[in-house]
Design a protein. Structure first.
Length: 134
């Protein structure tokens, strides 16, 4: 039976890390395809009268809501509030009309509903912790 050396232990650890990384990438790619909306950014299907329509649905077991607000909302969201399980998800519109959230800040999507869904996917079941902007 071969003796366990430091070189063999480090090689085995590197192989495990590589396998875990590949598995994470594969799972991320698989969940991004069917779960994430693929509508082009120029298609604003949720827009109605100059703004996104309200929505209220259960997505992957989480309740997501979005609605126009007047006053008191985050000014970056264009008068629109998004909630996951009753907690506000900070959303923002970009100059090109796409939307981002504090959870998926570097992955713009076409609508606030898509931003809420992307946040649910990214949270992987973890609770949303509200941001305090003091």
């Amino acid at each position: 039976m071969p003796e366990l050396t430091r070189r063999h232990a480090l090689g085995a650890a590197a192989a495990l890390v590589a396998a875990a990384g590949a598995q994470t990438l594969a799972a991320s790619a698989a969940s991004a395809s069917p779960e994430r909306p693929t509508a082009p950014r120029s298609s604003m299907a949720d827009h109605h009268h100059g703004g996104p329509e309200a929505f209220d649905e259960v997505y992957q077991g989480r309740r997501i809501e979005g609605r126009p607000v007047t006053g008191g909302g985050h000014h970056h969201g264009g008068g629109y509030a998004v909630f996951i399980d009753g907690k506000e998800l900070h959303v923002m519109t970009n100059a090109d009309g796409s939307w981002i959230s504090v959870v998926s800040h570097y992955d713009p999507v076409p609508t606030p509903r898509a931003a809420a869904r992307a946040a649910v996917v990214e949270l992987q079941g973890a609770p949303l912790v509200p941001i305090t902007t003091n």
